[in-house]
Design a protein around this ligand. Structure first.
Ligand code: DGL
Length: 275
C-alpha cells in the first residue's frame, strides 16, 4: 500500500487498561482528524507486576489485534509495555512505525529541567528495567535519576481516589523509603499512564516549583510529527472516529475510562474483544 492509501487508516493505541486514555486524549487533541482504535487489555491488568516474558507476550497479542484493524501507526500508551517490549513490537509492526511513551516522557522532563534531580514514579516492571534512567541519562548526562515503584497508585487512580488525605498519605508513605535528597526532587516524572490523574496530589506533596511531567502531550506531538514526516497524516477535515476495545469489563471501562478521557462513556461505547 502506498502512503496516500494509508493516510485514512486509523492509529492504534494500546494500554494494559484505561490509563492509556490519558495518551489517547492528547492524541485526539493534537490530531483531531485521525481515526483512533484504542485497546485496553483490562482482562490482564496490571502489567506492572508481571514478568517481562508475560508483558511481552501480552503486548504482542494486543498489537496483533490492532494490526487486524489495519492501523498505520502503533502508539504503545503504556509505560510498562514500552519499557519491556518496544523492540519486539517494532519488529512485529515493521515497516509501520511504533511510538512508546518512555522516550517522549524523558525528553519532556529534560527539556523542562536540564541537569535536574529527577524522581520517576512508575510500576515495578518499569523501575526494574531502568527504562527511564537509561532514557534520561542518554539525553542529559548531567541529570540524576531516582526511580520509585508505586503500584498502589494504579489502584487509587482506577478507583477515582485521586486527591485528598488518603492519596496524599499513600504517596508520602512511598516517599518515606527514599533518601532525603531524592524525596525533594526538582523534577517528578509520572512514568505510569495512571499517574496524571493524581497530579493535584503530587503538587500538594512535593516542594513548590517542582516540575511535574507526564508523557501524554509529548507522545502525541511525537506521533503527529512522525505521521507528517512519513506522509501518513490524514488530510481529511472531518473529526476522526474513535473505537474503544477492551478485553474485559465494558461497564467498568466506561465508568473509569470516562474520568481519564474527560467525558462520559456508556457500556455500549466499548466493544469487548478476545486476544
Ligand atoms: N499502564 C501501566 C503503565 O503505564 C500501568 C498499569 C499496569 O500496571 O498495567 O505502566
Amino acid at each position: 500500500m502506498n502512503a496516500s492509501d494509508a493516510r485514512g487508516l486509523p492509529i492504534g493505541v494500546f494500554d494494559s487498561g484505561v490509563g492509556g486514555l490519558t495518551v489517547l486524549k492528547a492524541l485526539r487533541e493534537a490530531m483531531p482528524h485521525e481515526d483512533l482504535v484504542y485497546l485496553g487489555d483490562t482482562a490482564r491488568l496490571p502489567y506492572g507486576t508481571k514478568s517481562p516474558a508475560s508483558i511481552s507476550r501480552y503486548a504482542c497479542q494486543a498489537t496483533a489485534l490492532l494490526q487486524q484493524r489495519n492501523i498505520k501507526l502503533l502508539v504503545v500508551a503504556c509505560n510498562t509495555a514500552s519499557a519491556v517490549a518496544l523492540e519486539a513490537l517494532r519488529e512485529q509492526m515493521d515497516p509501520l512505525p511504533v511510538i512508546g511513551v518512555v522516550e517522549p516522557g524523558a525528553s519532556a522532563a529534560v527539556a523542562a529541567r536540564p541537569g535536574a534531580r529527577h524522581l520517576v514514579l512508575a510500576t515495578e516492571a518499569t523501575v526494574r528495567l531502568g527504562a527511564y534512567r537509561e532514557a534520561l541519562l542518554g539525553l542529559d548526562a548531567g541529570a540524576t535519576v531516582t526511580e520509585l515503584a508505586c503500584e498502589l497508585l494504579v489502584s487509587l487512580a482506577e478507583e477515582g481516589w485521586n486527591d485528598g488525605s488518603i492519596a496524599e498519605s499513600i504517596v508520602l508513605r512511598y516517599l518515606s523509603d527514599l533518601a532525603d535528597d531524592a524525596r525533594h526532587p526538582e523534577s517528578v516524572i509520572l512514568g505510569c499512564t495512571h499517574f496524571p490523574l493524581l497530579r493535584d496530589t503530587f503538587a500538594a506533596v512535593f516542594d513548590d516549583g517542582v516540575s511535574i511531567v507526564d508523557s501524554a502531550s509529548t507522545t502525541a506531538a511525537a506521533a503527529n510529527q512522525l505521521l507528517t514526516e512519513l506522509s501518513l497524516a490524514n488530510d481529511e477535515n472531518d473529526t476522526g472516529d474513535l473505537v474503544l476495545l477492551a478485553t474485559d469489563g465494558a461497564t467498568r471501562f466506561a465508568r473509569v475510562g470516562g474520568q481519564f478521557l474527560g467525558h462520559d462513556l456508556g457500556h455500549d461505547d466499548i466493544e469487548v474483544v478476545d486476544l
